[in-house]
Design a protein around this ligand. Sequence first.
Ligand code: PBG
Length: 323
Amino acid sequence: MQQRPRRNRRTEAIRGMVRETRVHTDQLIYPLFLINDANAKEAINALPGQYRFGLNHLLKEIEESLNLGLSSFVLFPGVADELKDKTASYSYAEENFYLHAIRAVKERFPEACLMSDVAMDPYSADGHDGFVQDGKILNDETLPILNKMAIAQAQAGIDILGPSDMMDGRVASLRDALDGKGFEEVAIMSYTAKYASAFYGPFREALDSAPKAGDKKTYQMDPANRREALREAALDMDEGADYLMVKPALCYLDIISDLKANCDVPISAYNVSGEYAMLKAAAERGWINYEQAMPEMLTSIVRAGADIVLTYFAKEFAQMQKR
Ligand code: PBG
């Protein structure tokens, strides 16, 4: 035999030398859920190991993460039902606890990179990402609301805006609004190819943000479509997105690979709540080796082309790397 590929797998030293993909803690973004009760820390049933944090616990979680070399976070607010309305007005209200939390974190840890969620659903009485009228999600009527939300977040000190709403034209609209207010340095990580996925279930439970009627299929993408992701990517690049995201990650590795091959901005992938919950559930039952499967999942996402991974595994991965 002239060729014996196994020679390159013989020892750990050789395997390490020829390894093509490495996941680094500094390319991970850790999603955190926030509630308006400073001393609370509530476990989330469908996301074992994840919590709804009050501000004091949030600061502690961020401090521990920073000490592990994990310095980027995406924050999601859990809003009380009585504050939700048709126009998501609490999202840019003066007293919004989410905006206050962004300020508090940036003040205490200026070195942390904070990303927001820009979409109406956590604040909307309809539970949709856009403005609802007669059962329809209206596109152009949603954009000014997203602009107000984004400017409030920029004023609070956010580093990166994360429009997750899938309205057409929102990246350009946000960019214009931000630049008009002097926020040229605030970046946009667009949820470019966000699919109408069943894997968001645990997240919607965590925030009690599921749609009150209908589904999200008129704005989130059909899981069957691949070329359409390139169309969305071209639009977002054109509109000034600084990063493009694919979401979910594991069932969409082909989309990550396509965007990486066709776009010259950093590509991120959101390893979503259902993907986390599946592995945690199997591990709890002793059906799968968590310590091996978790890094294997993250490696596959990076191998497919993701420069950045948003993942609930971030802190545990950082801890494993430290050991
Ligand atoms: C809301 C939003 C969702 C997620 C992030 N932002 C849910 C949805 O679109 O219904 C899902 C994240 C996850 O499942 O981990 N705009």
